[in-house]
Write a protein that binds this ligand. Structure first.
Ligand code: ATP
Length: 348
């Protein structure tokens, strides 16, 4: 397996700048999720690495090799597509073995390897079937088997779960994660689904408008988002954002002064902070007259079974609060929203 490097990669289609100057390094053996909204350039970045598109400027490396000008077949990568891209006229065994056949692997070696990867993906009993005789989940396994059969330097996956139903997607999410850990494979996985990115990856690269916003381990992306875009794109319900003004002792939010320690206050001043970000789970529902809590009115109550999502109208905007399953407040009631400022994010 090998590391992957994008060096100042630019891609334009006519006047449309899809990648603006992408610098991204994926360490050896690591699983990177490329996450971002539709149209932000994720697939384009993956296709450039695969050799299916040429960059307008910049270079891509796999390991030590500059592969920018190489044909896809010479890059030693395997790609798994959203559509699976299986050959309909071939059996499962022939589909899996195809990359080895192209490479000229003798029959016996090919058969052994097909059996080995089919066992890993638990599709040994399907080898004689054709793709049309398989379920969506089984097709996905065949596509994965075909990718791993030739031990490539890197795996590229483009939304491989998006054609599966919600339950199967959950199962395959775990399966792909286990598979990549078992193979210790350098993997780049494109998704617009933040749950997939956070649960599967060693690193998440968040993109927006053709630019990398932040690359970090999932927990860091969640806890210390680099900017407002990352803060609001990752998390469900998203981070609450409220206007914030700095005062002598702290920050004024929803008409209340929230005290900050001197170091935090100085950092906020230096950064010209204008907004505060609070995760719904870092806010708690408090009695209406609780001294340090923000004061508001219950706007919507959504019981989720294991918890209750409460939307509260405050001066300056609404916020979501994750309350316990025992929450019994009703719409229109006054309520306090308490939080620990140590958990808050600040944006300018
Ligand atoms: P999605 O999640 O919807 O697949 P994405 O982040 O993968 O989105 P890309 O497929 O990389 O986005 O596309 C980025 C932008 O580039 C889009 O505006 C798209 O329309 C445009 N684009 C992609 N390929 C081409 C092409 N061959 N010619 C012209 N424009 C293109």
């Amino acid at each position: 397996m090998s590391s992957v490097l994008y060096q100042k990669v630019v891609k334009s289609f006519g006047a449309l700048n899809v990648l603006r100057s992408l610098d991204l390094a994926v360490p050896d053996h690591k699983f990177l999720a490329l996450l971002g909204p539709s149209g932000c350039g994720k697939t384009t970045a993956l296709r450039i690495l695969a050799g299916l598109d040429m960059p307008s400027a910049g270079k891509v490396f796999i390991g030590e090799r500059d592969v920018t000008r190489l044909q896809p077949r010479d890059r030693d990568i395997a790609m798994v597509f959203q559509s699976y891209a299986l050959y309909p006229q071939m059996t499962v065994a022939e589909n899996i073995g195809y990359p080895l056949w192209i490479r000229g692997t003798p029959d016996a070696g090919r058969k052994a390897k097909i059996g080995e990867v089919a066992a890993i993906l638990e599709i040994g009993h399907l080898l004689d079937r054709r793709p049309r005789q398989l379920s969506g989940g089984q097709r996905q396994r065949v596509a994965l088997a075909r990718a791993i059969v030739r031990d490539p330097a890197a795996f590229l996956m483009d939304e491989p779960l998006s054609n599966l139903d919600a339950r199967l997607r959950l199962t395959m999410r775990g399966e792909i994660k286990r598979l990549c850990q078992r193979l210790s494979a350098t993997t780049i996985y494109v998704t617009h689904d933040q749950v997939e990115a956070l649960t599967m990856a060693d690193f998440v690269a968040v993109m927006h408008g053709g630019e990398l916003q932040q690359m970090a381990p999932p927990i860091e992306i969640y806890d210390r988002p680099a900017n407002r875009f990352v803060a609001t794109f990752v998390g469900n319900p998203p981070m609450n954002i409220l206007p914030a003004a700095l005062s002598e002792k702290g920050v004024i939010v929803a008409g209340k002064v929230v005290p900050l320690d001197a170091a935090r206050l100085a950092a906020c001043r230096a950064a010209s902070v204008a907004e505060i970000g609070l995760r719904p789970e870092d806010c708690s529902a408090a009695a209406a007259d609780t001294p340090d809590a923000l004061q508001g009115e219950i706007y919507v109550v959504e019981p989720m079974g294991n918890e209750t999502l409460v939307n509260v109208r405050l001066e300056g905007g609404n916020v979501s609060v994750r309350a316990g399953r025992e929450f019994r407040g009703v719409v229109g009631e006054s309520i306090g929203v308490a939080f620990d400022p140590a958990n808050a994010c600040f944006f300018n």
